[in-house]
Design a protein around this ligand. Structure first.
Ligand SMILES: *[C@@H]1O[C@H](CO)[C@@H](O)[C@H](O)[C@H]1NC(C)=O
Ligand SMILES: *[C@@H]1O[C@H](CO)[C@@H](O)[C@H](O)[C@H]1NC(C)=O
Ligand SMILES: *[C@@H]1O[C@H](CO)[C@@H](O)[C@H](O)[C@H]1NC(C)=O
Ligand SMILES: *[C@@H]1O[C@H](CO)[C@@H](O)[C@H](O)[C@H]1NC(C)=O
Ligand SMILES: *[C@@H]1O[C@H](CO)[C@@H](O)[C@H](O)[C@H]1NC(C)=O
Ligand SMILES: *[C@@H]1O[C@H](CO)[C@@H](O)[C@H](O)[C@H]1NC(C)=O
Ligand SMILES: *[C@@H]1O[C@H](CO)[C@@H](O)[C@H](O)[C@H]1NC(C)=O
Ligand SMILES: *[C@@H]1O[C@H](CO)[C@@H](O)[C@H](O)[C@H]1NC(C)=O
Length: 814
């Protein structure tokens, strides 16, 4: 299989011209050593907080070993030291165990209340357990609800074993509760003395307690160990040895310098975030500390945080904000996702102006000849309401190769760009025009307010609205929710011609979101609710029922813009219907893209060849490239889609790639860069995305082609679960039979002739007052003729039934 992908790569990658004329230069020379704005000018450290705790239970052996495998060289392993009753140290992330182990279930009667730094704390505590009990009965568990519990099987990790196992790695011991343990006759200082006998070169020892650090001073004297003063999230908390609030201690950096080499602070101490989740200007902390010779590490990094809106949910942008701004760089980042921090530091920092290149499985072949196309989805829809002037401008600024317009028609025959024919998700129509909601069964299963029932002037009276499958804490920038202007198709084409963008994609279908054939509203934690079926006979429906010729409108606009008789700008025509694509057969310079809306896992040679009859490329849902393990958000295997498409000489565009962590496989670290890397590495010829800036930044990353440097991991589907779980358990999992892509999924009957409709197109404002007989009235309850299964809709109904089945599948798959 892998060899076939390679062959595909040879055939396709090497023969298609690259849009920006990039040439292969393989392999690249090693990166020059760069200087950083860290205290000593060295590369910032990646500190794995309890190991790779974004994926595995914090502080477990597997979390630590995987961060060595997936992190860059020199990744520091941070263990939080806690003590059992019999003076055995354990790596555990919290003082009380109920959130991070099964203690409450295993020892229901062991619940205690202690005074910790002056406050009552209830729960289960390590100091009430013997090490035998910990090792024999306790299991470390993933404590964050949105993360997987698939790997909850390790016992708490004894600190001495942790050091033995990681003799060759850099390690960090954080002693958070020295005073509390002293009160219970357990000395963290004494324990660390013993640990230093096991591993003399513990790199860092940290604590939020000055007294502890001062006692450690003489012990680490002459060693390379650095003592680090850790500040709590609550800057107004009181330091236990001095009874002074941390806020005032932070001002005394020269005093801190007397007992610590550096400080470890929450990210917000450096880049504060306000209540509305926007980033405020940075504090001077790093510069001030560096002036005093004090190192600064920042903690709290995780890909599955609800990031400030300034980062557009791109987890890498947050790291770069701390290490790659022009004023300062922190000396290290403490993260739950060491892979992502490694990518930021090794590959992305300083790469803004680097040339674009993409990896391939075989460096020396066509490897970096052809660049993967960056195709926008509704413009930069992650940052602005889809298909608005602002979304398109941003997509161009962000380096999209192809900007897209999903064409919709108004009643008065204006073709314009909007992500969906239904105005409800993408405009403010539901406020003022709810009375014009209608049900059109051949378009979508629920009520909608449809653009074809509105005049262009009426559309202009609305505001665009940013739509996202995610809401709650993952909602997109609320300040931009209703900004921007609607754009007609001809304005879109003029805009594209005026800009240096290499091409346009004209999409002729009902809706263009990341989801397949329905709009789903995602709740937090990868759960989907409220899916809304969308059927895709827009062109046919408009022609037969509304007298609107969408294909004609596109043809005219393209030719009016003289894009039909040139080859400098790429023109991609996309549709989910073969009959629409066939209408453009006569213009060979147009690339025809078939949108496979169904999530599929298997395609036969014959079907692949059938696609080739209608299209030069397919847009595949990213989930069609992988099978998944149970419903757990992990990949299991490749599907044969890329391989068969390439065999049939059909290019593959994969998408829609979003930044939001809930949309990304867990084995890809919930990191869009890892997903993009793997899609491209394993053969995607283009990436369709609502965040072109992320894909663009990926293609400029400095690690591609540098065989010596860290690389974004090429994670084979299934590798992560197979290496972490009992391989037998993985092998025993029998995935549901693969969903086949079938000819009937995309071959549609020829478009019906455009019905002659009496021209009531200019009666602005009363569009719902529909006088013509051919068109189905839209403001009234479901008209009989829109519901009746005509020969065209009969096929649709089968499709709907099928969609319900796949939709149910997807609910468990995501
Ligand atoms: C730990 O669990 C308790 C309930 O058992 C909960 O109230 C608390 O918020 C949790 N703490 C953390 C840090 O998750
Ligand atoms: C973050 O975004 C807000 C709103 O757009 C802006 O006012 C602020 O300056 C940004 N913060 C930074 C540090 O760029
Ligand atoms: C990238 O190029 C711009 C414009 O030429 C320049 O201002 C900027 O400093 C460069 N950035 C880096 C990181 O080289
Ligand atoms: C044709 O193109 C011109 C600009 O070149 C534009 O002003 C006009 O609206 C276009 N007409 C149509 C029908 O698209
Ligand atoms: C599909 O095509 C490949 C490559 O030509 C061939 O090896 C394979 O046997 C074909 N499969 C079927 C079912 O015909
Ligand atoms: C992965 O899929 C390929 C076909 O695409 C199949 O040959 C192979 O056995 C599958 N591997 C596993 C582990 O299921
Ligand atoms: C794909 O294109 C190559 C080169 O044009 C050709 O040799 C090959 O037969 C084509 N493959 C198929 C399945 O048509
Ligand atoms: C249609 O519009 C006309 C004038 O705008 C109005 O008088 C008439 O009542 C409307 N008919 C319906 C059925 O709404």
């Amino acid at each position: 299989m892998i060899r076939h992908v390679l062959l595909g790569c040879l055939m396709i990658h090497c023969t298609i011209a690259d849009p920006k004329g990039g040439e292969g230069t393989v392999p690249l020379p090693p990166l020059p050593k760069r200087t950083w704005l860290t205290l000593h000018g060295d590369e910032p450290f990646v500190v794995a907080n309890g190991g790779f705790s974004g994926l595995y239970p914090q502080q477990s052996d597997i979390a630590f070993s995987q961060s060595i495998i997936y992190g860059k060289g020199g990744t520091v392993l941070l263990c939080d030291l806690h003590m059992s009753r019999n003076r055995q140290g354990f790596c555990l992330s919290q003082l009380n165990l109920q959130n991070t182990t099964n203690a409450a279930d295993a020892f229901p009667n062991r619940r205690k209340t202690y005074i910790v730094n002056g406050k009552e704390l209830q729960g289960w505590f390590a100091l009430d357990f013997t090490s035998d009990e910990m090792l024999g009965k306790l299991i470390v568990t993933q404590s964050i609800f949105s993360r997987t519990d698939l790997f909850d099987f390790s016992s708490p990790y004894p600190t001495d074993l942790f050091l033995e196992d990681n003799k060759n790695a850099l390690v960090w011991i954080n002693a958070e509760y020295a005073t509390f343990y002293n009160q219970h006759k357990l000395s963290l200082v004494d324990h660390i003395k013993k640990l230093l006998e096991i591993k003399k070169d513990i790199s860092y020892i940290s604590s939020p307690e000055i007294g502890f650090l001062k006692s450690m001073g003489p012990i680490v004297h002459g060693l390379k160990t650095k003592l680090m003063f850790k500040f709590p999230t609550d800057i107004n908390a009181v330091e236990p040895t001095t009874n002074e609030p941390y806020a005032s201690i932070l001002k005394k950096l020269s005093m801190i310098k007397t007992f610590a080499a550096g400080i470890v602070v929450p990210r917000e101490y450096i880049w504060p975030v306000n209540k509305a989740r926007y980033l405020e200007p940075s504090t001077n902390l790093v510069a001030d500390a560096h002036k005093q010779g004090v190192e600064v590490f920042a903690y709290g990094f995780a890909n599955d945080n609800f990031l400030p809106h300034n980062y557009s949910y791109d987890p890498q942008r947050e790291y770069l904000q701390f290490i790659d701004n022009s004023h300062f760089a922190v000396d290290g980042v403490v993260t739950d996702f060491p892979t992502s921090a490694s990518t930021a530091i090794a590959c992305l920092a300083g790469s803004k102006n680097a040339s674009r290149k993409v990896p391939s499985k075989e460096m020396n072949l066509c490897a970096m000849k052809k660049l993967t196309l960056i195709i926008s989805a509704n413009g930069a829809n992650g940052d602005y309401p889809g298909s608005t002037d602002l979304a398109y401008q941003k997509a161009v600024d962000d380096g999209a190769d192809i900007i897209d317009c999903s064409v919709q028609m108004t009643k008065d025959r204006v073709a314009f760009c909007l992500p969906s024919v239904d105005l409800i998700p993408t405009t403010t129509a539901s406020g003022s025009f709810m009375s014009r909601a209608a049900k059109v069964a051949s378009i979508q299963s629920s009520m909608g307010i449809f653009s074809f029932d509105f005049t262009w002037d009426e559309i202009l009276s609305l505001k665009p609205q940013m739509f996202s499958e995610f809401n709650g804490d993952l909602a997109r920038d609320p300040a931009r929710k209703n900004v921007g202007k609607f754009v007609t198709l001809s304005d879109f084409l003029e805009f594209a011609k005026a800009k240096a963008v290499p091409g346009v994609l004209i999409n002729i279908e009902v809706i263009f979101f990341s989801t397949l054939h329905y709009i789903c509203i995602f709740l937090d934690f990868r759960a989907i609710t409220n899916c809304n079926l969308v059927v895709f006979k827009n062109a046919a429906y408009l022609a037969a029922n509304k007298g609107l010729d969408i294909v004609g409108a596109v043809t005219t606009a393209l030719s009016n813009a003289t894009l039909d008789k040139q080859s400098t700008k790429k023109v991609l025509i996309m549709s989910a219907e073969s009959s629409v694509l066939d209408k453009f057969k006569d213009i060979p310079t147009y690339q025809k893209v078939l949108h496979i809306k169904k999530q599929v896992e298997f395609v036969t040679n014959q079907t692949a060849l059938e696609i080739k009859k209608h299209a030069d490329a397919v847009f595949l849902h990213k989930h069609s490239l992988y099978t998944q393990f149970r419903g757990e958000g992990f990949t299991l295997n490749f599907t044969n889609l890329i391989e068969r498409m390439h065999w049939a000489n059909v290019s593959v565009y994969a998408g829609t790639v979003l930044n939001e962590f809930q949309d990304i496989y867990m084995d890809y670290s919930s990191d869009p860069y890892t997903l993009i890397h793997n899609l491209i590495y394993y053969g995607a010829d283009g990436i369709i995305t609502q965040y072109p800036s992320t894909v663009n930044a990926y293609t400029r990353n400095l690690c591609t082609g540098n065989l010596e440097s860290y690389r974004i991991p090429d994670i084979n589907p299934g590798d992560v679960i197979t290496s972490a779980l009992d391989p037998k358990e993985v092998a025993e999992y029998k995935p549901p039979p693969p969903v086949h892509l079938e000819t009937k999924d995309f071959v549609t009957p020829p478009l019906p002739p455009v019905a002659a409709i009496t021209k009531d197109n200019d009666d602005k404002g009363s569009a719902s007052n529909n006088t013509n007989t051919n068109a189905s009235p839209s403001s009234s309850p479901p008209p009989a003729q829109a519901q009746a299964p005509s020969s065209a809709t009969a096929a649709t109904i089968n499709v709907v039934a099928f969609f319900i089945a796949t939709m149910l599948g997807l609910v468990t798959l995501l």
